[in-house]
Structure formats: structure tokens, C-alpha cells
Write a protein that binds this ligand. Sequence first.
Ligand SMILES: [Zn+2]
Ligand SMILES: [Zn+2]
Length: 115
Amino acid sequence: MSFVDKTLTCRDCNAEFVFTIGEQEFYVEKGFTNEPSRCPDCRRANKARRNADGGNFGGGGGGFGGQRQDRPMYDAICSECGKDTRVPFQPKPDRPVYCNDCFQANRPPRQYDRF
Ligand SMILES: [Zn+2]
Ligand SMILES: [Zn+2]
């Protein structure tokens, strides 16, 4: 079996493109019987479009917006200032619980330093 470069016409943009020997061999290897009907540019564009559609697929419903708020919150008393507060974890008697203000105040001051 011998191959020659074939010139084909893209059905999307009507540009002529070469179906090279290497590609023909590749097609035969993969068992494809059809010649490519689109030029490499259109093939790439098509694939990119498909990928983009696939990426958006799960986000279309818009039903997940409130999920973050479903986290249970626990009532607690701030160990620092005694204020009522709510924390996203079960408060433990042996561990101090801080309200937002005190939590900020107790944060190590150099936490966000960068060299
Ligand atoms: Zn094309
Ligand atoms: Zn506090």
C-alpha cells in the first residue's frame, strides 16, 4: 500500500489543505475510513469549541449558588471578649473560640508578610 499527499477541500471554509502521507498512515492505523473533511485549522477550532462547551456543561443549571451557606454554624461565646458569635465548627470546651474581631486581632501579625 502506497500513499501520496492528497489535496482536499475543507467543507467549513473551502480552503484547500494537504492530507499528508503521515496523516493518511495515521488514519489507517486508527482504522478511520473517512478522509478528513475539514482543514487542520477548522478541526482545531471545532475541537476547541467542543471542549469549551464541555467545560460549561455543569454550570448551566445555576442551582448550586447557595451551597456555601449550607455549612452548619454553631453558637459560641468568644473566649476573649465574651460576645455571642457563630463559628463553622463545633466549639470545644478545651479550645478557645473567638469572635470575628478577636480572631482578626489574635492572628499572627506577620502571616501575610512576604519577602
Ligand atoms: Zn477550514
Ligand atoms: Zn471577641
